[in-house]
Design a protein around this ligand. Structure first.
Ligand code: NAD
Ligand code: 89Y
Length: 338
């Protein structure tokens, strides 16, 4: 049984703690937060006997195999480097870093330590998204040439995550990062990107709308569009909707978790709704299930000695798209990616 510690006992960490309770092969033995109230509430809620206010000290004092970093982006690099220093595997929440140089430094530190680093990039692990990836790989539409990967909502994300209203960067770094990662999971690496952004909500600092055009090396063109300014009912938060055109048919992951495949004049509809886990609540259940799935993937990878699908190194590809999107929106250029 692998022993882990949670760092950061805030809003989203509660999902991670629930997820760990159901994961086979690992358990959380200690929690850490600088904020005593959050730390103690989380420890009490999940029956964890050991609480710490200093992550490096916790890593030195506890008998651990890994840490699960659930803090906001500013602390990711020092915490991942401390894990490398302590010889521990690590999971780090998204956004992995705000700058590529920090992300590369974290990957290098964990490589030097010979430990596994996974970014908690869970959206590609949502079961409806997984069903879409599987259908595509099974050749449901033949050779794909066009896709739209879309997330549009008016859901109030600011009450649970107030920093999203005050950070200078909002939707691309917070949410678009997941949608760009899904595009990579579907069609592979991107050779060029153009983006435009807008701020519709006057009460926030960053952009709440982003529209991105991606050219993939595989020949597919993808439109990735994200909005937290979309007033529609029913609101589809937190569903990612997907359309793919291929030379043999089309596929849609529609609102309501319906996967529709049309080919040779026939239509097949697959119901791919995620389960509502016993601890989960609508509409977050889709995200919550993917937390447990990615955590199990991490443990399975450690046991089998293989890199996680969303390793730190893999995530450099997604972060490069985030960086390119901000640069393109700022300068009005199409950015070529190496
Ligand atoms: P939060 O502010 O609610 O919680 C972060 C906690 O970390 C706070 O309690 C803070 O005191 C603690 N902390 C910060 N630095 C620390 C340090 N060095 N040592 C110990 N504790 C420290 O934030 P949140 O909304 O829970 O978000 C955390 C991360 O999760 C963010 O990066 C966010 O983008 C991500 N997130 C991911 C998903 C997803 O689906 N993957 C969803 C929501 C949020
Ligand atoms: O922080 C974001 C995430 O990762 O998923 C949804 C979210 O909570 C708000 O955009």
């Amino acid at each position: 049984m692998l022993k882990g510690a949670l760092i950061g006992c805030g809003f989203f960490a509660q999902n991670q703690m629930h997820g760990w309770q159901a994961v086979e092969g690992a358990r959380i033995v200690a929690v850490c937060d600088r904020d005593a109230e959050r730390r103690e509430a989380t420890a009490r809620r999940f029956g964890i006997g050991r609480g710490h206010d200093d992550a490096a000290r916790m890593m030195a004092e506890e008998d651990l195999d890994f840490v699960d970093i659930a803090t906001t982006v500013g602390s990711h690099r020092p915490l991942v480097e401390a894990a490398a220093e302590a010889g521990l595997h690590a999971i780090c929440q998204k956004p992995f870093a705000e700058a590529m140089q920090d992300a590369r430094a974290m990957v290098a530190a964990m490589d030097r330590a010979g430990k596994t680093l996974m970014v908690h990039e869970n959206f590609r692990w949502q079961s409806p998204v997984r069903a879409t990836i599987r259908a595509l790989r099974e050749g449901a539409v033949g050779r794909p040439f066009f896709a739209r990967v879309s997330f549009r909502s008016g859901h109030d994300v600011f009450s649970g995550q107030p920093y999203l209203a005050t950070d200078p960067r909002f939707i691309i770094q917070d949410l678009g990062i997941h949608i760009l990662d899904i595009a990579r999971a579907l069609f592979g690496e991107v050779t060029g990107l153009a983006a435009s952004t807008a701020r519709i909500n006057p009460a926030i600092r960053g952009e709440d709308v982003a529209t991105m055009l991606l050219d993939h090396a595989s020949g597919v063109t993808t439109v990735v569009d994200c909005s937290y300014a979309t007033r529609r009912q029913p609101d589809t938060f937190p569903q990612t909707l997907i359309e793919i055109d291929g030379d043999a048919g089309t596929l849609r992951l529609d609102a309501g978790y319906r996967l529709v495949i049309q080919r040779d004049g026939r239509e097949e509809v697959r119901e791919v709704a995620p389960p509502v886990l016993p601890w989960a609540e609508r509409p977050w259940h889709n995200i919550q299930e993917s937390v447990q799935i990615i955590q199990q993937h991490f443990v399975d990878c450690l046991r089998e000695g293989r890199p996680p699908e969303t390793s730190g190194r893999d995530n450099l590809g997604t972060l490069a798209l985030v960086e390119a999107a901000y640069a393109s929106a700022r300068d009005g250029n199409r950015i070529a990616l190496p």
